[in-house]
Write a protein that binds this ligand. Structure first.
Ligand code: ADP
Length: 257
């Protein structure tokens, strides 16, 4: 497809940033969308300084109007919009007995509602462009199996897989494919903090937590954000044209499904 243009949500840091950079490397013009306008701008600048085409957009994915506005801005500014990556998410840990309504509302608003608004906005934009496109949703290894202290996050990611499968069926006749990706444990700044806390609690130096978690991963190491970005690049490109409704595990073999 000519004029490859993607919008990636939650692209200001972590996995989303790696996805935005990778898609830019693949020749996509990328709208870098994030709740945090400063990090979005930084990643958009990174792309531009490497010779790519980019746009920074501030968006709260839990707000339907904001998601529609962001996608419209991307479509009008970059032209030929054909890929959305609904990546933004939040992942608070809570013991099941301590889950509050506030946590439920926050996590579902971003992780589930945000994906629904992203799907709707993308369909709207693809129709305006007069062609199909690709919708890519962030699920998780925790969207396949329950993880300790992650009930709300885990259930939100199971929901995303359900949305991906259903949207795939509903949108196929419009030439739209819908797929997802399911990362395991990814070495982002957020993970470094978890490692510090885990290691300190065990009275060990930083890095201990990472080594302990790696023992339960078939490939023996945590994921780099770039591992996930490579999978998303495949889903965004023509090599996945005959796939829809799938949520690919990219977790080093934590879950076999
Ligand atoms: P990960 O490890 O999955 O990459 P991070 O917490 O490092 O997770 O990154 C998630 C990104 O999603 C952050 O840049 C954050 O600002 C963004 N984000 C979180 N909530 C929202 C939201 N409601 N709308 C848009 N972006 C969001």
């Amino acid at each position: 497809m000519k004029n490859n243009v993607a919008l990636v949500t939650g692209a200001g840091q972590g996995i989303g940033r790696a996805i935005a950079l990778r898609l830019a490397k693949e020749g996509f013009a990328v709208a870098v969308a994030d709740f945090n306008p400063d990090t979005a701008r930084r990643v958009a600048d990174e792309i531009a300084s490497a010779g790519g085409k980019s746009l920074a957009v501030a968006v709260d994915v839990s707000k339907r109007d904001e998601v529609f506005a962001a996608v419209e801005e991307a479509r009008k500014t970059l032209g030929g919009f054909n890929v959305i990556v609904n990546n933004a998410g939040v992942a608070p840990t809570t013991l099941i007995e301590e889950i509050t309504e506030e946590v439920i509302d926050k996590v579902y608003a971003v992780n589930v509602k945000g994906v629904i608004w992203g799907i709707q906005a993308a369909v709207n934009a693809f129709k305006a462009e007069g062609h199909g496109g690709k919708i890519i949703n962030a699920s998780s290894q925790a969207g396949h199996v329950g993880n300790p202290e992650l009930a709300i996050y885990s259930s939100s990611k199971f929901a995303v897989r359900g949305l991906t499968q259903t949207a795939a069926r509903d949108l196929a006749s419009l030439g739209i494919t819908v797929n997802g990706y399911c990362p395991g444990i990814v070495k982002t700044p957020m993970w470094d903090e978890i490692d510090r806390q885990f290691s300190a609690a065990a009275g060990k130096p930083a890095g201990y937590g990472t080594a302990e978690f790696a023992k339960n991963i078939t490939l023996g190491r945590l994921s780099e954000p770039e591992d996930v970005a490579a999978c998303v690049a495949f889903l965004a490109g023509p090599d996945s044209d005959y796939m829809t409704g799938q949520s690919l595990l990219i977790d080093g073999g934590m879950v076999f499904n």
